[in-house]
Ligand binder design. Structure first.
Ligand code: NAD
Ligand code: UGA
Length: 463
């Protein structure tokens, strides 16, 4: 079957960029991205593509090229489902906040709603693609809903997890390490796999397109995120030991990374990993292991999260201790709020938790982030429900200029590794601060020697 019409349910960080790239690379395929969130769709359709709701380097140019040609953003979910041969489900799968599995299991209510809507609308056979990250064996539940419509429509369910990282979404999509497609081993399943392979083969070489059974594909996504997060917790654990022993974690990372079996990537010690997925996916993995009674497996992976929480808390404790055990009424300037550079996404960002801890100690926080809005920062803090929105708004003051944010502060804390922070006039920042002036570099991006020669008391991670 040649695919000419694709629909994607969910116009978020994955659905938006992924479909934009498919549309750019496959001008012969009409791609419609739908979402229930009217404002989000309105923003994707903003005439000025610099205003699209997701900031990713290179994305607005791709949207400008394909939108209106073969890329469409719409709230007409049912129409798009009806017309498409392939439907990607790319909705959010957050950690459950209620009921059984609260705080651990993935909440699959949005996925189920999509399956029910597809079942209701579809009049012709369709391929349904799980793009969202899902617990292993979710395809079974989707299949059960789709196979019981009684209208004779045949569905094939494929798992096609997404491995892009935010901030590099476009380059990851254009040049992926691999594309993973899991499907049934029946002739119909194999035909569906082939149809999706052919879509990706428009720009990805066939040797990078891996096909597996559905369960391997679903579980590989959780496994990949668990391994990646585990590397960060491992190096962060070493960072604490380095601080006690005089070793330098950057040197240790370099030394071990040169072992080709370990490799140099993803060994950057930090204030702790954030992002919408690592924590949620590991908690989900832990929950799955527990439901099968695999307690040692569950405990092993849970430690990655425990270590990460410890690393975030350790950072705020260090600020308090270094500032003579009190930050009450002191101004601490945060450089960065996003969970990593080159994104406006703040989900689970370490900055939120560090700010919350310091506000508990009655500090005043001033923040500058090049891409995150004031409303977003305040709503991130309000979401924790530690104190009232009014109190948060008094404690967190947001600036659109880094020098203003740092002026009159007792300490500057780097929470996100934005490149621009390394290019600042640090003498000017020093001159505007209370003395002694402290820097807490939660990303190890600043030049410690240079800052010390200006007069700063510099604290990095793991040295
Ligand atoms: P997101 O919250 O940015 O986007 C999800 C969108 O789905 C929202 O706009 C929401 O309004 C919409 N939605 C929910 N239910 C809907 C429904 N029934 N009909 C129409 N629209 C609906 O989430 P995201 O970051 O794009 O993540 C989506 C999935 O992809 C998750 O499972 C996540 O784990 C996975 N993932 C995310 C990333 C990432 O970098 N963010 C990377 C790989 C995989
Ligand atoms: C991660 C994975 O890298 C993607 O492959 C995956 O598709 C995605 O999760 C997902 O499933 O959502 P993402 O969270 O966007 O991507 O970004 P990463 O580059 O993985 O960074 C995650 C966090 O780890 C950030 O807070 C980052 O600053 C931190 N990090 C990363 C470190 O502290 N040290 C490192 O060496 C690398």
């Amino acid at each position: 079957m040649e695919i000419t019409k694709i629909c994607c349910i969910g116009a978020g960080y994955v659905g938006g960029p992924t479909m934009a790239v498919i549309a750019q690379k496959c001008p012969h395929i009409q791609v419609t991205v739908v979402d229930l969130n009217e404002q989000r769709i309105k923003d994707w359709n903003d005439p000025n593509t610099d205003n699209i709701p997701i900031y990713e380097p290179g994305l607005s140019e791709i949207v400008a090229e394909a939108r209106g040609r073969n890329l469409f953003f719409s709230t007409e979910v049912e129409k798009a489902i009806d017309e498409a041969q392939v439907i990607f489900i790319s909705v959010n799968t957050p950690t459950k906040t209620y009921g059984k599995g609260k705080g651990m299991a993935a909440d699959l209510k949005y996925i189920e709603l999509c399956a029910r809507q597809i079942a209701k609308v579809a009049k012709q056979n369709k391929i349904v693609v799980e793009k969202s990250t899902l617990p292993v064996r979710t395809a079974e539940a989707i299949k059960s809903i789709l196979d019981n419509t009684g209208n004779g429509v045949q569905f094939q369910i494929l798992s096609n997890p997404e491995f892009l990282a935010e901030g590099t979404a476009v380059t990851d999509l254009l040049n992926p390490d691999r594309i993973l497609i899991g499907g049934d081993t029946t002739p119909e399943g194999e035909a569906a796999i082939k149809a999706l392979v052919d879509v990706y083969a428009n720009w990805v070489s066939k040797d990078k397109i891996l096909t597996t059974n559905v369960w391997s594909s679903e579980l590989s996504k959780l496994t990949a995120n668990a391994f990646l997060a585990q590397r960060i917790s491992s190096i962060n654990a070493m960072s604490e030991l380095c601080e006690k022993t005089g070793a330098d974690v950057n040197e240790v990372a370099r030394a071990i990374g040169m072992d080709s079996r370990i490799g140099p990537k993803f060994l950057k010690a930090s204030v702790g990993f954030g992002g919408s997925c690592f924590q949620k996916d590991i908690l989900n993995l832990v929950y799955i292991a527990k439901t099968y009674g695999l307690n040692e497996v569950a405990d092993y992976w849970e430690q990655v999260i425990i270590m990460n929480d410890h690393q975030k808390r350790r950072f705020s404790n260090k600020i308090v201790q270094t500032l003579y055990n009190t930050v009450a009424d002191k101004k601490i300037a945060f450089l960065g709020w996003a969970f990593k550079k080159d994104t406006n996404d703040t989900r689970e960002s370490a900055a939120i938790y560090v700010a919350d801890d310091l506000i508990n100690e009655q500090a005043k926080i001033s923040v500058y982030d090049p891409k995150v809005s004031r409303t977003k920062m305040l709503s991130d803090l309000d979401y924790l429900e530690t104190r009232s929105a009014e109190e948060n708004a008094k404690a967190l003051i947001i600036f659109d200029n880094a020098y203003e944010a740092c002026k009159g502060s007792h300490a500057v804390a780097v929470l996100t590794e934005w490149d621009e922070f390394t290019t600042y006039d640090w003498q000017k920042i020093y001159d505007s601060m209370h003395k002694p002036a402290f820097v807490f570099d939660g990303r190890n991006i600043l030049n410690a020697k240079e800052l010390q020669s200006i007069g700063f008391i510099y604290n990095g991670i793991g040295s």
